[in-house]
Ligand binder design. Sequence first.
Ligand SMILES: [Mg+2]
Ligand SMILES: [Zn+2]
Length: 218
Amino acid sequence: MRPGSHRQWQRCCYHSGVTGSTDIFPPRALSTVFLDRDGVLNRKLPEGRYVTTWSEFHPLPGVPQAIARLNRAGLRLIVVSNQRGIALGLYSADDVRNIHAALQTWLHAHGAHIDAFYFCPHDNLQCNCRKPLPGLFQQARADFPQIDAASSVMIGDSLSDIEFGHRLGMKTVYIEGGPSHQKPGTEAARHLADRAFPSLPDATNALLAHLAPSNPKA
Ligand SMILES: [Mg+2]
Ligand SMILES: [Zn+2]
């Protein structure tokens, strides 16, 4: 594709998304919610620090309740997480699996669960699975062939999360966090995302408010 035609495509779709009837949020047939992990489910550590053990995983307020509500609405919940700290030698893939197992146990105690976890263990420019590249979506769809981007939402707190969802054709939700958590790319992410909310519980309220008529359990 010529560079010029790509720009034209973006301009076209941006405008039709804002003004046209295609800007349905969430999609009417919402079935899958893709969740970033750090900064969405748990407190993001200061830049350059990584969650290496369950004791460093500090869930954000209201997260298990929000996940339980999304579960009860019949939505499939998939965590997709860049874990570059593995490539840097700061922790191992098994450490990440142990954290996810502990998170799942903790969620179960709150009547909630995640359907599957996928993570990229690579550094920049080494793979096809570091968001915003699509590999983690492809892994999820290999395990859950019913997954369809058009009926999915990506929720994340980084520009790479929003680009990941947007490129795949999902609706996107940017989690802004507090004023002290403003990151590079915040403005671009807010602009590109379909919606922005301070937290996962706020995003959940918005998703389920739209779904309420057909999902009475939510
Ligand atoms: Mg994040
Ligand atoms: Zn990767």
